[in-house]
Design a protein around this ligand. Structure first.
Ligand code: SF4
Length: 239
């Protein structure tokens, strides 16, 4: 049975149909070196070049050296992502925070602990059949929300990650991640509990763990979302 047939059986046809053609990312050799030079102007957003075909190593070095948007100016390092590069599960957050910027790994602060707990609740563990990434790879100053221009400029890196991972299910944690992937205005409260579609891959949106730390009353909804994710993956795997 094909994935589409499975989803139809579940009564969970894709809600969104995608989507605008992706902006391109420059090839590795066209990028500036990974040196923090505050006086250096970043390149204009969405500079044109082809990111298709980049290997994981090429993608990692390209992101490490990237200066395509202003988020490069205050970062300590770009944070590509962490986990199993052939995972069935892909979780996508918003962007690195202070601790992530220091350590070079997404979701390592308080929100990261909560995400680990959420993963454990559905029998998952960071790095084991799970990959974790962010919509933007560099820390927004003062942990502000990345602008639409910043997420659009960074999006081809995430798109290439998804092409390389080929996850069975994508979970968008919070609005910026959901909007980046779905290329549409998203209100998490309205779109959670539905099965969306990212280029043929089922996608579920839920609250960002940092939001849940501030908004305890939505933890019950997050639990419902976790149960929905687990049911969906079981169906996708045919068990
Ligand atoms: S956020 Fe993305 S596009 Fe902006 S500098 Fe970092 S890697 Fe490049």
């Amino acid at each position: 049975m094909t994935q589409d047939e499975i989803l139809r059986e579940m009564g969970l046809g894709p809600v969104w149909k995608l989507r605008a053609k992706a902006a391109a990312v420059p090839a590795a050799e066209s990028m500036a070196p990974a040196v923090t030079e505050p006086q250096q102007e970043p390149a204009p957003p969405a500079a044109a070049a082809d990111k298709t075909g980049l290997s994981w190593d090429e993608l990692a070095s390209t992101v490490a050296a990237c200066r395509l948007c202003r988020l490069c100016e205050a970062r300590k390092q770009a944070v590509l992502g962490v986990g199993d590069r052939h995972a069935d599960w892909l979780f996508v957050g918003e962007g690195p925070g202070a601790e992530e910027d220091l350590r070079g790994e997404p979701f390592v602060g308080q929100a990261g602990k909560l995400l680990d707990n959420m993963l454990a609740a559905i029998g998952l563990r960071r790095g084991a059949d799970v990959y974790i990434a962010n919509a933007v790879k560099c820390r927004p100053p003062e942990n502000r929300t990345p602008t639409p221009e910043e997420t659009a400029t960074c999006r081809p890196y995430l798109e290439r990650q998804i092409e390389l991972i080929q996850p069975k299910l994508i979970v968008a944690l919070g609005r910026p991640a959901a909007q980046t992937l779905l290329q549409s205005e998203v209100k998490i409260g309205a779109e959670r509990g539905k099965l969306h579609d990212y280029r043929g891959i089922p996608l579920i949106v839920t609250y960002h763990p940092a939001y849940l730390l501030r908004t305890l009353q939505d933890k019950a909804r997050a639990w419902e979302d976790l149960c929905f994710m687990r049911r969906t993956m079981k169906t996708l795997k045919g068990n």
